[in-house]
Structures are given as structure tokens and as C-alpha cells.
Design a protein around this ligand. Structure first.
Ligand code: GSH
Length: 216
């Protein structure tokens, strides 16, 4: 029987005890996974592959029915998709400080920060894609809306104390989101209107997990 997202068993024979991450160096969603793997001390157990995207005829789509990155093949040969799920999977293997807290109040705060930061990545990605279209066909209203969404979320985070919590998945996602801000929209100064976030990011961005996963 074909199970959705189940890879061929021969993969597991060849690659026993190694996980495989399908990614692109510039994907912020895939970077979340790599940052978590470094923070968890598990990056050495992960091999990587850069699959062709947007082609349903490829081997990648056979392995991963969504055709999206990131996707992780576990050392049991299962495929796990969607960055948050992959991050949590890796965190279950993490013997050190957990990035997905188990205490409900802390967990909720971490997930809340994570979802807000994820919405910043989503807004950036939508805007970047819109900007790739020929100028005459771009949706200016959508570009403006996504820009406002980013500002709105950063304003909310600036006014909150979520970033002061012990390191969690929300910080990882926020770090990756702000990195997209700088890389894709370098002329937009988010720092002067969000000094608390700027200070936090300056320190966070120096972590080995961030420096070792940065891609131009
Ligand atoms: N919500 C997903 C989003 C993943 C995503 O949007 N990945 C993009 C690359 S950044 C992708 O695979 N695009 C290929 C496609 O759209 O077919 C996650 O968090 O993993």
C-alpha cells in the first residue's frame, strides 16, 4: 500500500541513522529547521539535498507529496513536512534545552511568538513573489497590505515581552524573519521604530546557529 509521504525502504538501508533535509539555502522556512538543528546539536546528523521545485514529475514530489521545502526524511524513513512540524520533530531528539517548551504557559508563549514571526515570513514571501512579476501586472495593493502586515506584527512584538522568554522556537522564527527583512528589503529601516527588537536581533543574529546558516 502506498502511504502518503512514505519513502522507499531502500533509502533507509543506505542512510541509516542519518536524516535528510530537502532545502534551499535562501528559504527562510528551511533556515528555521537548520537553526533548530544547530541549536539542538543535531546538525551533524542531517544530510541535505536541494530538490528542483515546482515540477510534479520529479522524484522529490514522489517522496514529498506537497512538493515544498523544507521536508525531512527521518532516520526511520518517514517524511515530515512543514517547517514547524520538522522543527518540533528535531526538538524531540534534542537532549539539551528544548525549543518547544512542555510547560503549557511557556509553550503557548513560544507558539504565539512563533506564529506571529511566521506571519512576517509569509508576508515577506508574498511580497517578494509579487515583486518578481512584471511591473505592469503587480498588485500594488497586495504589496502594501503585506508591508503593513509586517509593520503591524513588529509593532505588536515591540510592545510585548515575548522575546524576553528563554530561547524557544519563536525566537528562531523571528530571527529568520528579520533576516529576510534585511536581505530582501534593505532600504526599509525597521530598526529605528523597533529598538527592542533591533537589540534582541543584534545579539541573536550572532549565534552560531544563525551565522552558520546565513545565505546570500
Ligand atoms: N508553511 C510552509 C511553507 C513552505 C514554503 O512556502 N516553501 C517554499 C520555499 S520558501 C516552497 O517550497 N515553494 C515551492 C512551491 O511553492 O511549489 C512551511 O513552514 O514549511
Amino acid at each position: 500500500m502506498n502511504q502518503a509521504g512514505r519513502v522507499a525502504p531502500e533509502y533507509n538501508e543506505k542512510e541509516r541513522s542519518r536524516m535528510k533535509l530537502y532545502f534551499k539555502p535562501t528559504s527562510p522556512y528551511a533556515r528555521k529547521v537548520r537553526v533548530v538543528a544547530v541549536e539542538a546539536g543535531l546538525i551533524y546528523r542531517i544530510t541535505t539535498d536541494e530538490p528542483p521545485l515546482r515540477d510534479a514529475s520529479t522524484e522529490f514530489w514522489r517522496v514529498n507529496p506537497t512538493g515544498m521545502i523544507p521536508a525531512l526524511i527521518t532516520d526511520d524513513g518517514d517524511v515530515v513536512v512543514e517547517s514547524n512540524v520538522i522543527c518540533e520533530y528535531i526538538d524531540t531528539l534534542n537532549l539539551g534545552h528544548k525549543l518547544f517548551p512542555s510547560v503549557p504557559v511557556q509553550r503557548w508563549r513560544a507558539l504565539k511568538l512563533n506564529s506571529l514571526a511566521d506571519s512576517v515570513i509569509g508576508a515577506h514571501v508574498t511580497r517578494v513573489r509579487e515583486n518578481w512579476r512584471p511591473e505592469a501586472t503587480r498588485d500594488a495593493k497586495m504589496i502594501e497590505l503585506e508591508k503593513n502586515r509586517v509593520t503591524s506584527v513588529l509593532d505588536a512584538l515591540e510592545a510585548d515581552d515575548l522575546i524576553d522568554d528563554p530561547l524557544n522556537i519563536g525566537h528562531v522564527t523571528l530571527g529568520c524573519a528579520l533576516s529576510v527583512s534585511d536581505r530582501r528589503f534593505p532600504k526599509e529601516d525597521w530598526r529605528s521604530s523597533h529598538p527592542r527588537l533591533a537589540k534582541w536581533y543584534e545579539a541573536f543574529n550572532k549565534r552560531e546557529s544563525m551565522t552558520s546558516t546565513y545565505a546570500e
